[in-house]
Design a binder for this molecule. Structure first.
Ligand code: FES
Length: 94
């Protein structure tokens, strides 16, 4: 995926093989992270970051877009990070 496809201060959900999705975020300019977007509460898809926070629309848990750490319950654990490496103008799974 192209680095330019990931909006700064936000991110996007990316379709992966096998019906899976990946949340790729750029919480600060030039800082890229990827997470499994399944909320650790009961598995709803979380939204890309807005106003500095990742929110689950189902019950309102929030997560830190730089680390995936949970900020607000009901989730009790953070999002699972997926290794992502920048290679020039592209982002590839590490
Ligand atoms: S499934 Fe995300 S807060 Fe409940």
């Amino acid at each position: 995926m192209a680095v330019s496809a990931v909006p700064s201060g936000s991110g996007l959900l990316v379709d992966m093989p096998g019906n899976a999705q990946l949340l790729v975020v750029q919480p600060r300019s030039g800082e890229f992270r990827a997470f499994n977007p399944a909320c650790p509460h009961v598995g709803s898809l979380v939204n890309p970051p807005a106003a500095g926070v990742i929110t689950c629309p189902l019950h309102g848990s929030t997560f830190d877009p730089s680390s995936g750490a949970v900020r607000e319950a009901p989730a009790t654990s953070g999002l699972t990070e997926v290794a992502l490496v920048r290679s020039g103008d592209d982002l590839v799974l590490g």
